[in-house]
Design a protein around this ligand. Structure first.
Ligand SMILES: Nc1ncnc2c1ncn2[C@@H]1O[C@H](COP(=O)(O)OP(=O)(O)OP(=O)(O)O)[C@@H](O)[C@H]1O
Ligand SMILES: [Mg+2]
Length: 325
């Protein structure tokens, strides 16, 4: 593995079993996350962004969800092969996740102080109760929670959505992970708080050198915070490129469609990715060939035969499209 890569996802395939049949929500997805850098994952709703993140964390809903193939190498260690108890020590301390909906990560029946304290108890066995209390308060202050001495005595429902998001970020960071996965950490928040959370993640990243996987619908946010970008479409990777390359030299017709849906690049944060006509195909009715064919302005006969392979169009720039093969 290249030295500057902290996390490498290789040919990941994740399925869900249901009465209606088996679907492949993530189908042969590969990407690398560099140490200390931010990788964005972008794509419309249902493209498999969260399932990718949950697969990396080994937190897929059981028994329906399963990793069928592939590797998730964290500094060379394959998380796919680890047993539950081994994962318990890795999650939180080496890799953490901020969830799309904070209440999924917070326990409604425990006070905030107890929940953040739990992270320290789990990962730092030497810490005394006093140290844990002090550190919990310090972390809540660091993520911008006013009056943390009071907040630790409250329950999640007693604080606002923005504050819950901050508590979850504090918990995700308390174990000083090498990799933080942030799954749309700002979608539920108003614009001012969104900006604060983004700044917070960036400044904590500078301080600790952690890598971040940032999942979002919002290309404005991608432009602001990411170094590299993975564009996903219907469970597959359409394109991977450094952020400037993606914005100035997009190759995949899907990426181009997403970019043209941004009305003004100078005003990021207010864009919706819904102007490409048509819809992401249902995973129960995946077409033969390229999954984007029905919406693609450049579709050719070959696109309907079998899925395109990947092509390197430049160093670090990969595209999965017949136009480049
Ligand atoms: N528990 C589950 N059981 C069955 N199918 C699921 C489950 N979770 C996700 N899926 C399916 O997997 C696909 C990818 O979902 P995913 O949540 O990863 O999308 P996403 O890109 O994160 O979308 P969004 O932007 O809306 O968060 C979807 O078709 C979804 O219906
Ligand atoms: Mg999601």
């Amino acid at each position: 593995m290249k030295e500057d890569i902290i996390l490498s996802v290789k040919h990941l395939v994740t399925s869900f079993d249901s009465e209606a049949g088996k679907i492949y929500a993530v189908d042969d997805v590969s990407f690398d996350v560099k140490k200390g850098k931010t990788l964005g994952i972008v794509g419309e709703s249902g493209c498999g962004k969260s399932v990718t993140a949950l697969s990396v964390m080994r937190l897929l809903p059981k028994p329906a969800g399963a990793i069928e193939k592939g590797r998730v190498l964290l500094d060379g260690l394959d998380l796919v092969q680890l047993k539950a108890e081994q994962l318990y020590h890795i999650r939180g301390s080496r890799i953490s996740m901020i969830f799309q909906e904070p209440m999924t990560a917070l326990n409604p029946v425990h006070k905030i102080g107890k929940q953040i304290g739990e992270v320290f108890r789990l990962h730092y066995s030497h810490m005394t109760r006093r140290m844990i209390l002090d550190e919990s308060i310090a972390f809540l202050r660091k993520v911008g929670i006013p009056d943390p001495e009071q907040r630790i005595r409250e329950y999640p429902h007693q604080i606002s959505g923005g504050m819950r998001q901050r508590v979850m970020i504090a918990m995700a960071l308390a174990g000083k992970p090498d990799v933080l996965i942030a799954d749309e950490p700002t979608t539920a928040l108003d614009v001012t708080i969104q900006a604060q959370i983004l700044d917070l993640i960036k400044s904590l990243q500078r301080e600790t050198g952690m890598a971040v996987i940032f999942i979002t619908h919002d290309l404005g946010v991608i432009a602001e915070v990411c170094d590299d970008v993975v564009v996903m479409y219907a469970g597959k990777v359409a394109e991977v490129a450094p952020v400037a390359e993606l914005f100035y030299n997009p190759k995949h017709p899907y990426t181009r469609g997403l970019l043209s849906s941004i009305p003004r690049l100078e005003y990021p944060g207010k864009t919706k990715l819904n102007v490409i006509t048509g819809m992401v195909p249902s995973l129960y009715e995946i077409p033969e060939g390229c999954r984007f064919q029905n919406r693609c302005p450049k579709a050719m006969a070959v696109c309907r035969t079998r899925p395109p392979g990947t092509t390197w169009v430049d160093k670090d720039h990969v595209v999965s499209c017949y136009l480049y093969q």
